[in-house]
Design a protein around this ligand. Sequence first.
Ligand code: ZN
Length: 232
Amino acid sequence: MASIWTDIGMLLSPRFCKVCGNKLGKGEPHICTACLRQLPATHYDPMALNPVMQHFVGFPAVQHASAFCFYAHGNDFAQLITRSKYSDKPEVGQYLGRLAAPELVISGFFEGIDCLIPVPLSRWRRWKRGYNQSEWIARGLAEVARLPLRTGVLVRIKHNETQTHMTRDERWTNVQGIFAVRRPECLAGRHVLIVDDVITTGATLMSCAETLSSAVPDIRISIFALAAAQTA
Ligand SMILES: [Zn+2]
């Protein structure tokens, strides 16, 4: 009976693939099966020194780092992330987090991790966008990994300029001193997974990692981004 109502609901208000715009079927919540098959997956995770991890070489607190898909301006996946970031579609971020998680479960990426921490937005930017996309991605990952999500422990204390058009050096300067840790004692001895939407030069994630490890000396950190810019 429920499926009849589902079918009627889909007839009355059809849903469309967020990538290609074709009508979605019953088992397709946001992206059609054809587009899912074409997601530009990095398959970085089983590689110990993958290109994302290379950003953190020489930083002993960082244990593992990975990213789900490649991000190149104009590619369908990049457009999907951008739209879900700015178009009041937080549930798409959560869905993409769920989609990225199984590969990480299989490879053991989550083993030993105590909690997930999304890269925070400034209060102003969060208010302007209405939500933090990285938090929703982390929520999707946390559900599948059955790990707790910790928000409010890593906070952004300075509103920095958007980095989209900055050079590598400008990005590093732009992220200095922008994060702080609240109640660092609750992270003592923990292994945390920092979650971001896109990693480009690694400057933002490195700033998060540096802030966490100087506030909590015995912390271990892993890093996951939904997408890696192809320079990463
Ligand atoms: Zn599609």
